[in-house]
Structures are given as structure tokens and as C-alpha cells.
Ligand binder design. Structure first.
Ligand SMILES: Nc1ncnc2c1ncn2[C@@H]1O[C@H](COP(=O)(O)OP(=O)(O)O)[C@@H](O)[C@H]1O
Ligand SMILES: NC(=O)OP(=O)(O)O
Length: 314
């Protein structure tokens, strides 16, 4: 049976924590996903892709800063749009070439997507979205003192800059996303969580933030009434006691189990927290829906239970 499947690629899955984030590294990581996406297309499913941009947008801000005396720096919403464009380009071309190489003539279209947020969102005073490279604690403290940026520890991987990550309220181009999917195209939308915008008397206006792509992906997935939502990241499965000697991987979670683990603090903000929350929201709203959190390499194995964590309403 044809299903509508939404895939969310993590920014950290496109630039791994051990990599510098060169063009070749990013494209090679995207290339690794093509066979899995193609498999879903071969099975006749409609595929909508979204992706993160945390490492990439943080690197772009660093670049901005390094040459600010010569080239005017751009605000964060513009940097998000830059990474939405460059990663959308990488996915469109890499996946398009792969599909063509196996005889599938389906266009892969990336859509510039704006996402409405509230300027009153509490995240503007409590930044939680990790962006850019990892630093040691000493380096992070130095940067915090000299530049006033906020840094936090990211899941045992090092210290990273954090920026506001408001709740996505509405996908401005949602009708276009549906129409493009209906043409049979593979659609890439709300990249980097979407470009954050607020409604004002004069119309939409950019907001300096980075929306979590898992939360925006949930809005997309619910908006197109998807059957399945796959959150693709670096780890193979969700864990409890992550990174501790008592760590345990989870092959499945019901919403009530996920809520209990959430309340016990197993899913930190800015990393696994939003993935689990997005999965819960997706499966809670319509019976029968399934969300999967799985590594990029094992995307298809999630459907057979060989890999990943499946989240269901009951
Ligand atoms: N309970 C947990 N189970 C699995 N991974 C976790 C958990 N808590 C934190 N993590 C970390 O969260 C990461 C996923 O978040 P992140 O890197 O922000 O995702 P993305 O791939 O979307 O960029 C994992 O790679 C892992 O390092
Ligand atoms: N925007 C966003 O959620 O990026 P990551 O997937 O890199 O965290």
C-alpha cells in the first residue's frame, strides 16, 4: 500500500561530530541515504524530506564573524535560508542523480520554506538549539567571555553554541508542499527547520533563531497527513541512561512510556528531546500513525524492527 513518508535528516547526520563539514563529507553522508530513500520510492511510497542545519548554520555564522570587517555579516534568518538552499541543492542533486542512475525518473524539488514563530516564544530568553562545531569546556568559556555567546554541553560530545529555537506554528508554503507531492515529485521542504518568520502589520518578517527541524518536520508530516515519520540521526536507537554504563537501547516506546522517560530526564533539550516530542505529537493526533528514530544507514530496517526505535500511540 502506498504510504506518505516524511524523512527528517539530522544536521549532525549530514556533518558528523567527528568531521569538519567539508563539501565532500556532507555530500558523501547525503549520498549514503540515497539507496534507502530510493528503496522507499521503489516500493511506491510518496516521500517528503526535511533536514537539519545545526552544524552548517553555526559554521556559516563563524565565517560571517571571521570576515565581518570586509563583508557585511548576515542575520541568522538569512543564514538559515542560505543553509536551506545549499543543503536542499545537495539533496536534490545527489538524490536526483542516484534515482536516475537506477532508472527512476522522478524529480527531486527543494522548496524555500518559511515557518511562522511567535516573537514572544520563551526560547528567545532560553536558547537551546545547538549550532556549529564542538569545543572543549575551556574554549567555550573563553568564547562566552569574549563574545558573549551562550554555550552548553551537548550529550557528552563537547560544548556548542546555543541559539533560540522557537516552536514552529505554521508552514507558510504548506499548500505548495502538498501540490508538489501530488505531482509525484520527491519534495524537500522546511530545511533547517524552515526560515523563522513572524507575522507583522507589514507582512512576514525574518526572526533570528533556528527552528528545530524535528518539530517543523512534525508539522509538515501532520500537514500532509503522513502515515510514517522517520527521524534519521547518528545513533541507531533511542536509549535510556544515554552515555552511562547503565545505558539501554529501546526498540519501541508507546507515548505513555516516552512521556515517563521524558519526565525522568532521559531526552535532553536540543538533541533527543525534540525528536521524542515530535514523534509523540505525530503519533498522538491520528490513530495508526508510526514514528521511527533511527540512524541514517538503517532507515529502511526501521520498518522491519531490525533497527531504530518505533514510537506508537499505544
Ligand atoms: N537518550 C538518548 N538516546 C540516544 N541518543 C541521545 C540520547 N540523548 C542524547 N542523545 C544524543 O542526541 C543525538 C541526536 O541529536 P542531534 O545530534 O541533535 O540530532 P540531529 O541528527 O538531528 O542533528 C544522538 O546522536 C546522541 O548523541
Ligand atoms: N535545525 C535543526 O534542527 O538542525 P539539526 O538537525 O542540525 O539539529
Amino acid at each position: 500500500m502506498t504510504q506518505t513518508i516524511v524523512l527528517a535528516f539530522g544536521g549532525n547526520a549530514i556533518t558528523r561530530s567527528t568531521e569538519k563539514g567539508t563539501r565532500d563529507e556532507q555530500w558523501a553522508n547525503i549520498r549514503k541515504t540515497c539507496a534507502h530513500v530510493a528503496e522507499l520510492i521503489k516500493q511506491g511510497h510518496r516521500v517528503l524530506i526535511t533536514h537539519g542545519n545545526g552544524p552548517q548554520v553555526g559554521n556559516l555564522l563563524l565565517k560571517n564573524e571571521l570576515c565581518k570587517e570586509v563583508v557585511p555579516p548576515m542575520p541568522l534568518d538569512v543564514c538559515v535560508s542560505n543553509t536551506q538552499g545549499s543543503l536542499g541543492y545537495a539533496i536534490s542533486q545527489t538524490l536526483g542523480n542516484y534515482l536516475q542512475s537506477i532508472g527512476i525518473e522522478i524529480p527531486v524539488v527543494s522548496l524555500i520554506t518559511q515557518v511562522v514563530v511567535s516573537p514572544e516564544d520563551p526560547s528567545f530568553t532560553q536558547p537551546s538549539k545547538f549550532i556549529g562545531p564542538f569545543f572543549s569546556e575551556v574554549e567555550a568559556c573563553q568564547i562566552m567571555e569574549t563574545k558573549g555567546h551562550v554555550f552548553k554541553e551537548d550529550s557528552g560530545r563537547g560544548w556548542r553554541r546555543v541559539v533560540p529555537s522557537p516552536e514552529p506554528l505554521e508552514i507558510v508554503e504548506r499548500n505548495m508542499v502538498k501540490q508538489l507531492l501530488d505531482t509525484g515529485a520527491v519534495v524537500v521542504a522546511a530545511g533547517g527547520g524552515g526560515i523563522p518568520v513572524a507575522r507583522s502589520v507589514g507582512g512576514l518578517v525574518g526572526v533570528e533563531a533556528v527552528i528545530d527541524k524535528d518539530m517543523a518536520g512534525q508539522l509538515l508530516a501532520s500537514g500532509v497527513n503522513a502515515d510514517a515519520f522517520l527521524l534519521l540521526t547518528e545513533v541507531e536507537r533511542v536509549c535510556i541512561n544515554y552515555g552511562k554504563p547503565s545505558q539501554q537501547t529501546l526498540a519501541s516506546m508507546t507515548v505513555s512510556q516516552a512521556r515517563q522517560y521524558q519526565a525522568a530526564g532521559h531526552f535532553p533539550p536540543g538533541s533527543m528531546g525534540p525528536k521524542v516530542e515530535a514523534a509523540i505529537r505525530f503519533v498522538s493526533s491520528v490513530p495508526g500513525r508510526k514514528a521511527y528514530i533511527v540512524s541514517l544507514e538503517n532507515a529502511c530496517k526501521a520498518f522491519t524492527g531490525e533497527s531504530g526505535t518505533v514510537i506508537t500511540a499505544e
